[in-house]
Design a protein around this ligand. Structure first.
Ligand SMILES: [Zn+2]
Length: 188
């Protein structure tokens, strides 16, 4: 859709629906501290008729927030990040559980995760990581039907009271900028 007059500075610019992007929603709201917000729409649920992690690889990297593509798996930024640089590693194949993945898929998910850690460390100087897969909706998977490994960079003192008192995460950098930086640093 196109920005309307009440959107002021978005007049004439194209505004994209967050539901068109692959990501794992959670309970937090996000306070994007740079002022030019890209995502204006209310709808933050993925389309119900299609798996976003199956759709993403058919889109261009910038639109889908993809930072790297392997042979069996690919890496993209989470649209609902816990921290700036929160990545997801997904097999191309629509499989739900880690033990459903083939040995080629698990091997490449592992090697892409290692590369992602090296790249994040070099571009963002993070102090640590949370790595993990939520297996099944009961275990917290936002999109339980398509396997995805979370890679969350951590910095000393990266938490504050916002998530607790306001259900809101403060994110200092916009997704497009973070995606470009990680993609450019990714080894060929
Ligand atoms: Zn899928």
């Amino acid at each position: 859709m196109t920005g309307t007059s009440e959107m002021g500075e978005f007049e004439g610019e194209s505004v994209e629906d967050a539901a068109d992007f692959a990501a794992v929603p959670d309970a937090f709201q996000r306070l994007w501290t740079p002022h030019r917000l890209v995502y204006i729409q209310d709808g933050q649920q993925p389309a119900k008729d299609a798996c976003p992690f199956c759709l993403a690889p058919s889109m261009d990297d910038t639109k889908a927030l993809i930072v790297a593509r392997g042979e069996h798996a690919y890496v993209l930024l989470n649209l609902y990040p816990y921290n700036s640089g929160h990545l997801l590693v997904c097999p191309y194949r629509h499989v739900a559980l880690y033990d459903d993945a083939s040995s080629e898929e698990t091997a490449e998910i592992g090697s892409l995760t290692q590369t992602a850690m090296k790249v994040l460390r070099s571009v963002s100087h993070c102090d640590g990581f949370n790595l993990g897969m939520n297996q099944g909706r009961i275990a917290g998977a936002g999109i339980a039907e398509h396997l995805h490994q979370h890679i969350v960079p951590r910095w000393a003192l990266d938490s504050n009271f916002f998530p607790i008192v306001a259900g809101t995460k403060a994110l200092p950098r916009l997704l497009g900028d973070v995606r470009r930086e990680i993609a450019e640093a990714w080894p060929a």
